[in-house]
Ligand binder design. Sequence first.
Ligand SMILES: Cc1cc2nc3c(=O)[nH]c(=O)nc-3n(C[C@H](O)[C@H](O)[C@H](O)COP(=O)(O)OP(=O)(O)OC[C@H]3O[C@@H](n4cnc5c(N)ncnc54)[C@H](O)[C@@H]3O)c2cc1C
Length: 486
Amino acid sequence: MPDSDCPVIVWFRDDLRLADHPALCEASATGRKILCVYILDEKSKGIRPLGGAARWWLHGALAALRRQLKAKGGALLTFEGEAPEIFDQLVRQTKADSVFCHHRYQKPEREQDDIIAARLKERHVTLFRAHGTLLRAPDAVMTKSGTPFRVFGAYWKAACALGDVPAPRRVPSHLSFYDPAPLTSLPQLDEAKLLPTKPDWAEGLRQNWEPGAEEGEELLQDFVAHALHRYDRGRNEMAADGSSRLSPYLRFGHVSPRQVWAAASKVPGADTGVFLSEIGWREFAWYTLYHQPELTSRNLKSRFDVLEWRRSTADLQAWQQGRTGIPIVDAGMRQLWQTGWMHNRARMIIGSFLVKHLLLDWKQGEAWFWDTLVDADPANNAMNWQWVAGTGIEATPFFRIFNPLLQAEKFDPHGDYVRRWVPELARLSDKAICAPWNETEETLRQAKVKLGGNYPKPIIDLQQGRERALAAFRKTKSSEAAELEA
Ligand SMILES: Cc1cc2nc3c(=O)[nH]c(=O)nc-3n(C[C@H](O)[C@H](O)[C@H](O)COP(=O)(O)OP(=O)(O)OC[C@H]3O[C@@H](n4cnc5c(N)ncnc54)[C@H](O)[C@@H]3O)c2cc1C
C-alpha cells in the first residue's frame, strides 16, 4: 500500500501549462500531494542543448509556470543535470512511488525515458506516460499495410478520419502540493544563467514576447476572434500580422494543440480548415521525426548525400547578419535576429536562398534557426529545412527555386516588410525597394542609399546562383543513374 504522506511527482517537460495537462490530471486523481519538477538535461547522450533564444524563452516560461502553481498553493522545483540521476535522488528523498509525465517523441528522449522507467521500476516506482503534446500519438495513424505515411495529404486525411479530437482537459479542481523545502540538496538549475548577459542581446525578444500559458491563451483567443476569418490570405502578407504567432507557445507547451483545435474549430469557414491543417503540419513533423529519427541530421532522400554543397563562411555570415544585398532576404534575417521569430513566407524565401542560390548545406540554416528562433522546434525546424532543400519527404522538388524578387513582388507588394526591417532602404519606391541594384545612381542618391556603402551590393547574381544550383542538382541525378547501372 502506498504511504499516503508520500508525494507523486509531475515531471514538466515541453508542456509548461496547467490546463489540458493529462499527466497533471492523472497525478491529481491519485489524491496524493504533488511535487512539480522541471529538469534541464543537456548532458545526457544524444540530447541537443537548447539554442540561445529558446533558453531565453525557457527562463520566462519557468517563471510563468511557477506563478501559476503558486496561485494554486504549489511550487516548481527546477534542476539541472542528467535526469536519470536526479530521479534516483528525488525518489530516494521523497519516497514518491509514481512519476507522471507526457510522452516525448524524439529518439534520444524516448530512450532516456525508457532508462528512467527501468531504473524507477527497480525501486518499485512507476513512470506513467500520457499523450499530451500532440493531437494524435504518432503510432495511431498508419497506412492500411501498417507503415507510416510519407505524404502529408494522405497522413492528414487518415488522422482526421480517426474522429473528433478529444476536448481539452480542465485544470484539476483539487490540487494539493508537497512541500519541496527539504529537497535543496539536489543540483538546482541556476535559472538566471538561461539569460544572455555579455552581451545582452535579448532586448528585441523582451519587446516582442511574454512567455507563459496565460499569455498564450490570450493570444489564441485574440487570433480566433480577430484574424482567423482571413487567415488564408493574411498569413501570406508579409507586412501584416496575419498568422497566429502561437509557435513558441506551442513549442514550449504553454498551449496544447487540443486547446488550439477547440478554440479554432468554433469558427466556421474555409480559413479555419487551412489554419487547422497548419496544426496538422506540426503533427506531421513530429510524426516524421518519430518514425524517421534521422530527420534532424541526414537527408531523408539519400540521393542528395552526394550533392556538393559549397563552403563559404563569408556567404553564411552575410546571410546570418541580413547583409546579402537581397532586400527581402535581409529583411527576414533581421526580423529573426531582432525578434527571435520570422514570418513563415520569409522562412521559405531565406531558406531557399541559402540552400539553392548560395548552395550552402541546409544543416547550416537549421543550426542558425535552432540558435536564434524562440520557437526552435526539433521536428518543425528539421522537416521544414528538408522541405525547403528538397531533400526530405513531401519536399518541393530541388529544381523549383524560389525567385526572391518575384516573392517580394507578390507577398510584400508595397515593400513595407522590407522598409520595416531594412530601414536604410525605406526611401526607395515600392518597385525599387526589391532590387535597388537596378536603379540609377541618381535614384539611389535621392533615397540616400549607397550600394556597397550603407547597404551591401548583392553577394550573388540571382540568375547565376540559380544555374549553379541546377547544375549541382543534375549531378545528383547522374550519380543516381550511375548507381542504378552499377
Ligand atoms: C525553414 C523553416 C524552418 C522552420 N522552423 C520552425 C521551427 O523551428 N518551429 C516552428 O514552430 N515552426 C517552424 N517553421 C514553420 C513555420 O514557419 C512556423 O511554424 C510559423 O511561421 C509560426 O508562425 P505562427 O505561429 O504565426 O503560424 P500559424 O500560421 O499561425 O500556424 C499555427 C501553428 O501551426 C504550426 N505550423 C505552421 N506552419 C507550419 C509548418 N510549415 N510546419 C510545421 N508546423 C507549422 C505552428 O505550430 C504554428 O504556430 C519553419 C518553417 C520553415 C520554412
